[in-house]
Ligand binder design. Structure first.
Ligand SMILES: Nc1ncnc2c1ncn2[C@@H]1O[C@H](COP(=O)(O)OP(=O)(O)O)[C@@H](O)[C@H]1O
Ligand SMILES: N[C@@H](CCC(=O)OP(=O)(O)O)C(=O)O
Length: 365
């Protein structure tokens, strides 16, 4: 029998929380809140919510001039709507004797290790007191390149930061299909085995009404989180009792709703997970020789030593994130350096030096 989930993150997408008119779907929010409360009270599960819906809620409160700059529109709608979104959640949870809290974040909060640890500490405290953290992007300051791709990316970061057992991603389709769900003869994929499925081939880039990222980014992100040892389920938020069903069936032999991305059996350390999510901030690349590549990819605990380096591309400071590449230029992994590029260059190919990247600070693909 599989272990039950004790801590989960639930991502509720824009398409779940929004009606066809672009307004908040409060009936559905009530159903989901009831299920989350049941998981907490009856099954003693710790739950973190990642909820979209601020822009939709803002739309229900104010009509903006359509000539307004689109970035400004989003900022205003989110700023106005987030208040309502959290107010609705607060009232709904209160009916179940449950307290919730609001956490608004930006990408920068995950990039800076100190911000990351501060956030983690706050989440831990809230969970200890039985409070449900409700997370959303701080859309007022997250503009263009500072934005998360979508709330799936944010949910993945929160899930790995909080070391949850599973991430439930609720959307407006039953899961991942082997073609666009509106096309004929497409079938639901129940289990994603990354060795057998090429996500790029089966997922249409066409986006649905109110979502930001679409199914391809959702699945790539789901796979990344599963690689970090967290079970990821994509399921339909409109399906009756979906959260309870997912929770109960995950430990039974019954067929699960939606699509499951099987978790990697090993969970990396907290710092490795943080490194894994820092890909976008890589400053430079370290090229390694074949011996170092084999050693890194083996089952042994291996740090990257200067003797295994053949080249340093770009400049970086001690503590910066760099890519690790093989002689062909293929990415092997990513890591946090122990010294800057000048010192690293001086030590290329030399024996007897400390690692340039310690094992604990390397994440391999
Ligand atoms: N192969 C596929 N399987 C399932 N959905 C797909 C696929 N290709 C494209 N889609 C679309 O992806 C949409 C869900 O992604 P998205 O719009 O990002 O939702 P959300 O707002 O819930 O994050 C679905 O409504 C569906 O139309
Ligand atoms: N932060 C935004 C939602 C971002 C977004 O659209 O995310 P997603 O639900 O993943 O497509 C909001 O609250 O309206």
């Amino acid at each position: 029998m599989k272990k039950t989930y004790q801590r989960i993150a639930v991502k509720i997408g824009s398409n779940v929380l929004t009606t066809a008119e672009g307004l908040p779907n409060t009936d559905l929010m009530a159903q989901l809140v009831q299920q989350v409360s049941q998981l907490i009270h009856r099954h003693k599960v710790e739950v973190i919510l990642i909820s979209s819906g601020a822009v939709a809620a803002g739309r229900s409160l104010i009509q903006l001039n359509t000539k307004e700059n689109t970035v400004t529109q989003r900022q205003l709608l989110a700023s106005i709507g987030q208040v309502k979104l959290i107010q609705v959640y607060g009232e709904l949870f209160k009916k179940h004797r449950q307290t919730c809290s609001q956490i608004l974040v930006t990408k920068e909060d995950f990039r800076d290790r100190q911000h990351y640890l501060n956030m983690q500490n706050c989440f831990q405290g809230l969970l200890k007191y039985g409070i449900i953290p409700i997370v959303n992007e701080n859309d007022v300051v997250s503009v263009t390149e500072l934005m998360f791709t979508d709330n799936d990316e944010l949910a993945g970061l929160v899930a790995s930061m909080m070391d949850v057992d599973a991430l439930f991603i609720l959307t407006n389709v039953n899961g991942l299909y082997n073609g666009h769900p509106e096309e004929e003869h497409t079938e639901l994929i129940r289990l994603v085995d990354k060795q057998k499925i090429n996500l790029n081939e089966i997922i249409s880039t066409k986006k649905s009404g109110f979502g930001r990222g679409g199914m391809l980014t959702k699945c790539k992100n789901a796979q990344k989180i599963a690689d970090l040892g967290i079970a990821v389920h994509i399921a339909n938020g409109h399906q009756e009792n979906v959260l309870i069903d997912l929770y109960q069936k995950a430990t039974s032999a019954e067929e699960l709703p939606g699509t499951l991305f099987l978790p990697h059996p090993k969970r990396p350390s907290s710092i490795k997970k943080w490194v894994a999510h820092s890909e976008g901030y890589a400053k430079a690349s370290l090229i390694v020789n074949e011996g170092a590549k084999q050693a890194l990819l083996s089952d042994k605990v291996t740090s990257l030593l200067p003797v295994g380096l053949t080249e340093v591309q770009g400049s970086f400071q001690k503590g910066d994130i760099v890519k690790i590449k093989d002689a062909e230029g293929s990415d092997i992994g990513i890591g946090m350096t122990k010294y800057n590029d000048t010192v690293t260059r001086e030590r290329i190919g030399q024996q007897g030096h400390h690692p340039v990247i310690h094992y604990d600070h390397i994440f391999l693909y």
